[in-house]
Design a binder for this molecule. Sequence first.
Ligand code: ADP
Ligand code: MG
Length: 463
Amino acid sequence: MTSDFSCLRVCFLQYSEKVSIMSFESLNLNPNIVQALTASGYTEPTPVQTRAIPEAIAGHDLMCSAPTGTGKTAAFVLPALQRLSTPAKPGRGPRVLVLTPTRELALQVTAAVSKYSKFMSRVRTGTVLGGMPYPRQRKLLESPLDILVATPGRLIDFIDQGKVDFSRLELLILDEADRMLDMGFIKPVEKISAATPAGRQTLLFSATLDGGIATLAKRLLKQPKLIECEATKENHDNIEQRLHYVDDGGHKHRILDHLLRNVDLTQAIVFTATKHGADRLAEKLNDTGHAAAALHGNMNQSQRNRTLARMRSGNVRVLVATDVAARGIDVATITHVINYDLPKVAEDYVHRIGRTGRAGASGIAISFAAPDEGHQLKQIERYTGQQIARHTIEGMEPKIKPRSGAPSGDRKRFGDPRKRTGDAGKPRRFGGGGESRWSAGSPGANAGRPSRDGGANRSRGRG
Ligand code: ADP
Ligand code: MG
């Protein structure tokens, strides 16, 4: 599938270089939408917005990829709002449905809708997500709606109960389609789209269009316009990337403690491989005087909201999170991202470091690598096309020389966090054989690949 797109990618790259910076007015957005953008402090659309908004307003289906933090939310929310100024069919059901893989993202999209519709008259927006009581959401679905933002699982529950009226649905939007696939939402998403009118417009947004996205797109989109905004060097220029080799768990923790004592660190997200790992590390950090809190998928929605509120108010300085839970977190005061455990897939690295350097600020991303994690590291560097600068701290230099090449699987010294959560024996995403997504196009890469919504995905933990 990658080979199908590689020629298109070149075409679009060439095209993208010709795209000049525009104003929001020139995208033909309603004046009251433009007013809200100005009030938000936006002066010009980002490249993905420049390219996606006119095509979406023209009514085309879109298959759109752009790196994390490049403004994809507005790229679909603005055309959705624009659509609401056209006459609606009779009925009460939503005219626009946005599906997101996680609850945090759903809330973030809902917040974006209210922000950008601030000067419009009456946009009725509802959010349906897991981990919240049913009755209130049931009531919401019975009331008139313009925009519904939902996570797939909970929405399916309501569809099965016959509680959702899609008779006047005009626009279906999939946000973070890559993550939907990773989380095994492909069947639910197809089921939901089958419940919507066939004549609808569909917009698919994703950080990448690799892996199974093309298959999903083929089933859901009609003659989609392909918009690919490649990660440019500038996208990472505001994020300084560093790497520390660590000998063992104790060494890793000493370096983390040292880094967290840096006064230039305002707030940090520390990524762990597992939920239990996040809990344990947050506890340990609190014991050693750091204001830390964990954020992961085992917490219910109100616990997560509380933690994020404490982060926003500055009461929490260090958020210890898992990949899925940290999706969509947009806190401008996060100065540091620390990969305590390296991500399982190379592109998660990009998602993680995108949690800092928000809204034009600069950020620092620090990763720890064990001597036998050279393979993961190489995959990340090949994916980003950048070498991560090696750093040492005086008095804390590693004693073990890093090994390059395939991992030895010797994780004893680190007490492999994956093993404690019952992940042992499941297919690992790293470990040779082309298991990572970016290498999907290389010859023979599919041999021995774990199924996308099978074992490998179960090991990720739901947000
Ligand atoms: P993505 O979905 O691509 O990861 P987001 O939609 O979450 O990115 O946007 C990232 C950040 O950029 C948000 O804080 C958002 O408010 C901001 N943003 C979006 N569009 C613009 C713009 N045109 N000008 C300035 N900031 C913007
Ligand atoms: Mg997004």
